[in-house]
Design a protein around this ligand. Structure first.
Ligand SMILES: *[C@@H]1O[C@H](CO)[C@@H](O)[C@H](O)[C@H]1NC(C)=O
Ligand SMILES: *[C@@H]1O[C@H](CO)[C@@H](O)[C@H](O)[C@H]1NC(C)=O
Ligand SMILES: *[C@@H]1O[C@H](CO)[C@@H](O)[C@H](O)[C@H]1NC(C)=O
Ligand SMILES: *[C@@H]1O[C@H](CO)[C@@H](O)[C@H](O)[C@H]1NC(C)=O
Length: 318
């Protein structure tokens, strides 16, 4: 918590982004050099200035990007910002999709793609899961992502960051699902893929199982009305029916690492996403449940279904 407070004060939540003083931006670098400084196309994996444990990859389709929409160029009156799709990695931390599968999508939609990277081990040598829970001893990954968005907004004024599209699968699906509860005002559309251990809107259990203590943990109030205004896809493979780890594994893990944080996985992802769908419906939150035939716990297997859902909404953002 100590660090959480420090981070939020550094993040300048009530001011501009911190750590970007004197930074080059696409508005102050001559347009003909943007490629040479790696500000368009595939941007090199970049450290977050206020917390370099966190980094991000960004893909900016050059032909679709206006580097200075607030400038006095000939096209400024019609200047439009490029929508942003945020791609959340899973427990494996692979962001390879931003270098292949998502590129044609970004070029044709069009949109920019941001892939934040929260390494395992940020909260100690055995830490794998803390980024999904949004808070741990030393990290508020929700504030981390908001800070990444601030940094992107500063350097790339032609990218829209106030409201973004967001997708994640497995551990990434858990992150997206929890971020949606806390920051619906920052989201235009979301796809939540196969979250193994989701958070339910349960007022009797504490975070991350339920939401009873959200006010004290995050200083946020959950608004089912605002969440319900967002187009939401829940997506899972019809064959995503294997538990991660058996009973013996979870018992061993509890003995070695102690309890706390996410509970053992006791339901398949196909079961838990259907429960989530039903419980949201009861809370007045509509979502589209897509069960992709013949696919197991495979992010690439559901990709087409995800992008088909997101594309028309992203096109409406611009
Ligand atoms: C202005 O828009 C026209 C037509 O879309 C385009 O050909 C031209 O390159 C643009 N100029 C600048 C400076 O962006
Ligand atoms: C909690 O949120 C309120 C409203 O956004 C803000 O005024 C207050 O400073 C926050 N408190 C802390 C401890 O961050
Ligand atoms: C599964 O785990 C959740 C969270 O700890 C718990 O609320 C639920 O009762 C468990 N279900 C079963 C069938 O054990
Ligand atoms: C995941 O799905 C993709 C696309 O359908 C397929 O090419 C790949 O073989 C699948 N991976 C596994 C491990 O089944």
């Amino acid at each position: 918590m100590r660090f959480g407070l420090l981070l939020s004060s550094l993040l300048g939540l009530d001011g501009g982004p911190i750590g970007m003083d004197g930074a080059l931006t696409t508005a102050n670098v001559p347009a003909k050099f943007l490629d040479d400084v790696y500000f368009v196309g595939h941007v090199p994996l970049m450290a977050l200035q206020v917390d370099p444990r966190i980094s991000y990859a960004l893909y900016v389709p050059e032909s679709q990007y206006n580097p200075d929409p607030d400038g006095e160029g000939p096209n400024s009156s019609t200047a439009k910002k490029l929508p942003l799709l945020v791609y959340l990695h899973g427990t494996g931390r692979s962001i390879v999709a931003i270098y292949n599968e998502l590129v044609p999508f970004a070029d044709s939609t069009p949109c920019a793609i941001l892939a934040p990277l929260f390494p395992a081990g940020m909260d100690g040598p055995n830490d794998i899961d803390s980024f999904k829970e949004l808070r741990s001893e030393s990290l508020r990954s929700d504030l981390g992502l908001l800070s990444v968005l601030d940094q992107v907004a500063y350097r790339w004024p032609g990218i829209e960051t106030d409201k973004v599209a967001m997708m994640g699968f497995s551990g990434g699906g858990q992150f997206v699902q929890r971020f949606l509860y806390l920051y619906p005002e920052r989201l235009a559309v979301v796809s939540v893929g196969a979250p193994g251990r989701p958070t339910f809107l349960d007022d009797t259990q504490d975070w991350p199982v339920g939401v009873a203590d959200v006010d004290t943990v995050f200083n946020r109030t959950i608004s089912t009305e605002s969440i319900g205004d967002i187009p939401i896809q829940l997506v899972v493979g019809s064959e995503d029916v294997e538990l991660h780890g058996d009973e013996e594994f979870w018992e061993w893990e509890r003995e070695v690492l102690g309890s706390g944080g996410l509970p053992p996985m006791n339901e398949t992802r196909l079961e838990s996403i259907q429960e989530l769908h039903t419980s949201w419906e009861q809370a007045g939150i509509a979502s589209q449940l897509d069960i992709v035939d013949g696919v197991a716990h495979n992010e690439t297997g559901v990709r087409k279904t995800v992008l088909q859902f997101l594309q028309p909404w992203i096109q409406k953002m611009s």
